[in-house]
Write a protein that binds this ligand. Sequence first.
Ligand code: APR
Length: 232
Amino acid sequence: MTKIVILTGAGISAESGLGTFRDEGGLWSQHKIENVATPDGFSRDPGLVHRFYSARRQQAAQAVPNAAHAALARLERDWPGDVVIVTQNVDGLHEAAGAHRVLHMHGTLSGALCANCQHRWTAPPEMTPDTTCPACGARTARPDVVWFGELPYHMDEILTHLEEADIFVSIGTSGQVYPAASFVQEARMQGAETIELNLEPSEISDAFTQRHYGPASEVVPQWVARLLPDPA
Ligand code: APR
């Protein structure tokens, strides 16, 4: 059966009101990556990092999945083959739309991680440097997200999915961060059909055999409708 592996980035959640990183006015124009998205930044000023992620956690909690998230959840439900979503996003919008097979390679805003004992738990809405780990009691709680310089999660499983992919689709990502930006090449080497669905051409557009540009809430449902012509 045809296996579809889908990579998503911040662009799929833009129409749900969550900012992207590198577009005009994006998160990285408001905050320095080295201050809020690196282990050194966290060591230097954990309060700043907790405030940055608490704000994003609250925005994500109020965000609603858009038609693109819903279309992918429908595809997972109705496609006769395997569908796996690999997301760089830390918002829970794929699951909120009903998707189940979602690999969060950059972690999730809803997760907390203890830097002392590696215990994981559901993050409270507000975390501070005084937030204690429920397992070891140390004040070493951090957001369970992957920062620059850290290894993404689930890479072995992701690479296996890419080896098995018949169709690889990239949605809403600028293709500027590795290893996610290399996934299209991994898929092509296995002979997969490669499709880019994005607002505009990305850094890696040339690697795709099919490209459809426009808002995700339009181009993703249109693409899914071509695969699943019968109405849901
Ligand atoms: N519909 C579709 N695509 C969109 C939309 C939209 N409504 N709005 C923006 N985009 C596209 C932009 O054209 C851009 O190519 O989404 C992409 C967003 O790119 P980035 O802001 O770089 O986000 P992303 O690619 O997810 O970043 C990857 O970088 O900083 C790290 O950990 C962070 O996971 C993130 C990673």
